[in-house]
Every structure is written in C-alpha cells, then in structure tokens.
Design a protein around this ligand. Structure first.
Ligand code: UD1
Ligand code: UDP
Length: 440
C-alpha cells in the first residue's frame, strides 16, 4: 500500500505528524507532498524538525496569492505528483486550500481520499475553510472524524455511516507526545530570549490570523482596545505573518507593540508554543487548533469568533465565543481572572477530542480498507443504476442492527427528540424518534 499525504500549512504539519509517524512505524510506503502555502521557516520547516517527521518528498512552492491562484497552482502541481506516485489513498487534513486542491485532484484521478478532521461545520459560508471542508467531504472515501457531533453533521448531509470513523483528533496525540519532550528540553527560541516566561505570572497567550478578524480594521481595533485594558496580564503574542502584515498596513502594529504588557514575538516552534500555552492563565485566539489544544491542556479559552466548527469545546465548558466585541472579551476575561471557581470549571472541562490514539485508529482503518479492497474507486458497472433513499419513522422495540437485518436497510440518522444521533448497532430504537402521533 502507498499513502500520499498532502499538506501545506502549519496546522496541517502538526496534525498530520502523528499519522506520518504511525505510517512510518508500520513501514507503509509514504509520499509527503507540501504545497508550499506556508514557506517561512517558522511557519513550516521548524515543525518538521520539532515533530521529528521527514522532510517532504515534494514541495510545489505555490507561495501566497489569491484563493483561485493558490488553489489552481496547487492542483497543477499535485496532479503531476499523484500521476507519478500512484498512491492507493491521498490523505488531507482539515480545511485549507491544500485540502480543496488535493481532494479535487485525487478524485478526478480516481484515487481514494481520506479526510482527516472531517465533518466539522461552522455553517458560515463566508469562511474559505467552510467551503474547503465541505467540498473535500463530497469527494472523500474515508472520513476520520474527531467527535460524534461532527459525525452527526455528515449523517445529516446524507453521508453513509459505513465510511465514518470517529477517531478523536490527532492534535491530542501531538500535544500529549510533545509536551513532555518540550518540558524536558526547555525553551529554545531566540524570540523568547528577552522574556522570562518561567517567572511570569498571568500569561495570556494571544493568536489571531482569521481573515474575518485581521483583514477588517474595525475588528482589529476592538480586539486591541480590549487587550489594552488587560494590563495586569502578560500578553504574549506570537504573531502570524498575515496578521503582522495587516497590522502594519493599518498602522496599528507600533501602537500594540509599544504597550508595556504586550510582547509581540515571531511565531514559535511547536515545542516552545506548547510550553507557553500550558503555562498560560488564559488563551485568546481565533485559531481552530488552539481551541482544541486549550481544552486538551486544561487552559480556559476565549475565541475571537462568532461561530465555531468546534462547538464541543463550548458545550464542554472550556471555551467561550467572544467575537471581536471589546466588552464581551473584557467581561469574560475578567471573570476568568477574578472568579476562581469559574476558571476552575473551565480548566476542568472534559476534553472531547479523544485519548491521544487518533493516528493509530486512523491508520488501522486505512489498512483495513486497503486489505478489503475498499480503497478501489468503483467502476460504472459496479454502481447501482437506480438508488433510492427513504425517510422512515421508527419506534420499534428493536436495536439498530436488528432493524437493519430485518429490513435489509441501513439507518443513517436517529432523531432522539432533541438532536440527530450517531446510530450505534446496539442502540434500541424504541423512543429514539418522534412518532407520527406526537408529531401531529
Ligand atoms: C491559512 C489557511 C487557514 C489556516 C492558516 C493556518 C486557507 C484558505 N487558509 O491561512 O485555514 O487556519 O493557514 O495558519 O488555506 N505569509 C507569510 N509567510 C508564510 C505564509 C504566509 O508571510 O509562510 C503571509 C503572506 O502575506 C500571505 C498571508 O500570510 O499572503 C496569508 O497566508 P495564507 O497561507 O494565504 O493564509 P493564512 O492566513 O495563513
Ligand atoms: N502554533 C505554534 N506556534 C505559534 C502559534 C501556533 O506552534 O506561534 C500551533 C498551535 O499549537 C496549533 C497550530 O499552530 O497546533 C494552530 O495553527 P493556526 O492557528 O495557524 O491554524 P488553525 O488551527 O487556525 O487552522
């Protein structure tokens, strides 16, 4: 079996690293293709080093550009590599342009696609990431899904549950594995040299890079105004290159940088960043990965967004959506800083993203599909010419499996009166739906 991994940005390198490790450990043939979307050393190479994964076999150096240009260049480059390498499956992770390009190209070449971190939905179609992840899901063969909630999103869109694998999120694997290594090693970055982080109280780690925040001046100003007032915190801000550029363009960089309690530093390597976040009292972010890492590391998070495709973190109690509203940011930050009981509750929120064995579960499933011949894309003669789906209200005193066996049908979703649920084989169906009488 040959697996190709397509990645292009910092979070993809971090979250694919545990899977790459697992593939190598099992001596499966592997090709790593970097699109080159992130190219600065501190946004790319440092992560291959810190996470101890091999350098990419290919880098197609697409660099920065508009969405269309970036995606088109990626598609052309990825196509050439996949035609030469002929992998059995292409793995993409998350929701970046590499995911869009990789999945479109692989599907046209009739190569199976495994979408790692599939099923997330913000329902916000202004986000390029929402478009990317939805398109990728349409083309995928295997879906590696972090939580039951995300599986329900896919079921509700009509995906067959046979190809859905709830694996947890590989970010937990990366966090658990590297935090101890990081602590033993200590800080390594020049950018931290001027800061005595080990002796700092009240660290607030700030990251932001979302287009809908940093490209809109009024939103950036609101966030900066809130940060100005949090002057009893040590705000450490490893700045994303996109954000540095827009803050400079808006003429806001110096104002923020000159605040005594704010320390703007270059993006950190993974080992340094894990140490920083795990020592933090509070994380203020619009990052997807950081919402997951905060709850994994038991640090309260305030998310600078109005919606999230990680609603489990909010429901669990570890994350609050504060948008870019100065008053809401301040109100919640102060509550966490001043109300110990509230802060403890946030810290102790249960982690919904698994036990740190996501990579193993993912590669197990791929190996199994390969062995069973399920990665082969079906030829036209093997596809039913007429396929009909039906809606059914079921209120029988049987399990899902019993119902499916008896009716030669598969159940995709169960509505328990409040929400759609992922059907387990042994789930009893009685009472799991609204009956017609109740519905009337
Ligand atoms: C991309 C992803 C986003 C992800 C983020 C992770 C898409 C659509 N967006 O956003 O989902 O959350 O990566 O960080 O795929 N730049 C540099 N050096 C670099 C990379 C970028 O200076 O190594 C600057 C360039 O000015 C560039 C800007 O950052 O124009 C934005 O980079 P880009 O990769 O287009 O988007 P991100 O905001 O990084
Ligand atoms: N990260 C890092 N150094 C930094 C900032 C972030 O190593 O200076 C890591 C962080 O631990 C997380 C990932 O980068 O795993 C998140 O990346 P980003 O916020 O760029 O993207 P997103 O997750 O929003 O797609």
């Amino acid at each position: 079996m040959k697996i190709a991994v397509v990645l292009g940005t910092r979070p993809e390198i971090i979250k694919m690293a545990p899977i790459i490790d697992e593939i190598i450990k099992r001596k499966i043939d592997l090709t790593i293709l970097h699109t080159g979307q992130h190219y600065d050393e501190e946004m790319s190479d440092n992560f291959f080093r810190d996470l101890e994964i091999p350098a990419p076999d290919y880098n197609i150096h697409v660099g920065s550009g508009s969405h269309a240009k970036q995606t088109a260049l990626m598609m052309e480059g990825i196509e050439g590599v996949l035609m030469d390498e002929k992998p059995d499956i292409v793995l993409v992770q998350g929701d970046t342009n590499a995911v869009l390009a990789g999945s479109l190209v692989a599907s046209k070449l009739h190569i199976a696609i495994g979408h790692v971190e599939s099923g997330l939905r913000s329902f916000d179609m202004t986000m390029p990431e929402e478009v990317n992840r939805r398109v990728c899901d349409v083309t995928s063969t295997m879906y590696f899904i972090p939580t039951e909630q995300s599986a329900i999103n896919l079921l509700a869109e009509g995906y067959s549950r046979t190809n859905l694998f709830i694996t947890g999120n590989t970010v937990v694997d990366a966090c658990f594995r590297h935090l101890e290594i990081a602590k033993k090693r200590g800080f390594d970055e020049e950018s931290l040299a001027s800061l005595d982080i080990d002796n700092m109280d009240n660290i607030l780690t700030l990251t932001m890079h979302r287009a809908e925040n940093v490209d809109i001046k009024s939103r950036v100003i609101n966030i900066i105004d809130a940060i100005k007032e949090l002057n009893d915190m040590n705000v450490i801000f490893p700045i994303h290159p996109r954000t540095k550029k827009t803050l400079q363009d808006f003429g806001l960089f110096d104002e923020l940088n000159n605040l005594k309690h704010v320390h703007i530093i270059k993006p950190l390597g993974y080992l340094d960043f894990l140490q920083l976040t795990s020592k933090s009292t509070l994380i203020l972010t619009d990052s997807g990965g950081l919402q997951e890492e905060a709850i994994t590391l038991n640090v309260p998070a305030l998310t600078l967004r109005y919606n999230t495709e990680r609603p489990e973190t909010v429901t669990a109690g570890g994350n609050i959506l504060v948008g870019s509203d100065k008053d809401v940011i301040l109100e919640n930050a102060k509550k966490i800083l001043n109300d110990k009981e509230f802060a403890e509750k946030m810290k102790n929120a249960p982690n919904p993203y698994g036990q740190g064995n996501s990579a193993k579960l993912t590669v197990d499933a791929i190996q199994n599909y390969f062995d069973e011949g399920l990665l082969d894309i079906k030829a036209p003669e093997d596809i039913m010419s007429s396929f009909e789906r039906k809606m059914a209200l079921i209120d029988e005193n049987v399990s899902v499996k019993e119902f499916e066996d008896k009716n030669n049908a598969s159940i995709h979703m169960i509505f328990d009166g409040e929400k759609m649920r992922f059907p387990a084989d042994d789930l009893k169906l009685k009472g799991m739906c609204v009956t017609y009488d109740e519905y009337k």
